[in-house]
Ligand binder design. Structure first.
Ligand code: PBG
Length: 323
């Protein structure tokens, strides 16, 4: 009989003892802060479904990034909201597009801040899909050169990391070749490898006005029921040259994070997406949960599951709480 010899409660008696034996620690050095950038000056427009987050014009974005960096946030990921959208998503790969302009300005103002470029067409296409539409279908191969061009213009603008989130087959390879051919062999790729077709992206789509105008994203994003397929997606991205892999969303897919962690010896990121944030905010607003506890508990869980890097709308706030 192990009891009364074994008493696990002995090490839970004080915060100091619990700290001594804690297996998972959070640190601000693993956080990435997502931000939305829009045209204009002096714009700070709150996103209704993402309270506490804003569409920033480049000038205000720089201020926000400086305040995050000063608190210890090492990295930001940028999403663009262009003036106009078109069939081919040309705003994504315009060398003078909104994200490219923001990157140039940011890298000049805050050279030490890691600036990550989300590479996708959905924020820039009039139909809201992540690729080119032909005969009502998302054309995989016609999309690849546009994604490669997007990555190149972002790298030219100073992006430190390129993060394709479109889920087209072969895009990591296409981007790697384009970057290498134009003097950007040193720019790493953070691939959204296992990105699920998720209802948790709802608030993001309001923020970026990027909900698809017809159909859904199930023909390119992963089916929520699949776990083994995530390993195939990741393996292919690594073969094509990904440096960091990602699972997204985070909390509903902790099993996928753990499996990826155990299977691949590469840095692993997880994205606590907009809906994960807004659920906590809404319940806290109603007084039903303790907001701060939920933030720390969800981030701890994502880290315990195996993520090295966490992209979260709580990055700035968390940075003030952590060392
Ligand atoms: C696509 C993209 C999306 C998110 C990140 N990149 C939206 C989508 O696939 O519909 C979602 C992030 C979030 O919900 O916070 N560019």
């Amino acid at each position: 009989m192990s009891f009364p010899i074994q008493r696990l409660r002995r090490l839970r008696r004080s915060e100091a003892l619990r700290g001594l034996v804690r297996e998972t620690h959070l640190s601000r050095s693993s956080l990435v802060y997502p931000l939305f950038v829009c045209p204009g000056t002096q714009v700070k427009e709150e996103i209704h479904s993402l309270p506490g987050h804003y569409r920033w014009s480049v000038d205000r974005l720089v201020e926000e990034c400086r305040s995050a960096f000063d608190r210890g946030v090492p990295a930001v990921i940028l999403f663009g909201i262009p003036d106009t959208k078109d069939e081919m998503g040309s705003g994504a790969y315009d060398p003078d597009g909104i994200v490219q302009r923001a990157m140039r300005t940011l890298k000049r103002a805050l050279p030490e801040l890691i600036v990550i470029g989300d590479v996708c067409l959905d924020e820039y296409t009039s139909h809201g899909h992540c690729g080119v539409v032909k005969d009502g279908q998302i054309d995989n191969d016609a999309t690849l050169p546009l994604l490669a061009k997007t990555a190149l213009t972002q790298a030219d603008a100073g992006a430190d990391l390129i993060a394709p989130s479109d889920m087209m087959d072969g895009r990591v390879g296409a981007i790697r070749r384009e970057l290498d051919a134009h003097g950007h062999a040193q720019v790493p790729i953070l691939a959204y490898s296992a990105k699920y077709a998720s209802g948790f992206y709802g608030p993001f789509r309001e923020a970026a006005h990027s909900a698809p105008k017809f159909g859904d994203r199930k023909s390119y994003q992963m089916d929520p029921g699949n776990q083994r397929e995530a390993l195939r997606e990741i393996a292919l991205d690594l073969e094509e040259g990904a440096d960091i892999i990602m699972v997204k969303p985070a909390l509903p897919y902790l099993d996928v994070i753990t499996l990826a962690r155990r299977t691949f010896d590469v840095p692993l990121a997880a994205f606590q997406v907009s809906g994960e944030y807004s659920l906590i905010e809404a319940a806290a607003h109603l007084g039903w949960v303790d907001r701060k506890r939920l933030i720390l508990e969800t981030i701890t869980s994502i880290r315990r599951a195996g993520a090295d890097i966490i992209i979260t709308y709580y990055a700035k706030e968390l940075s003030s709480l952590l060392s």
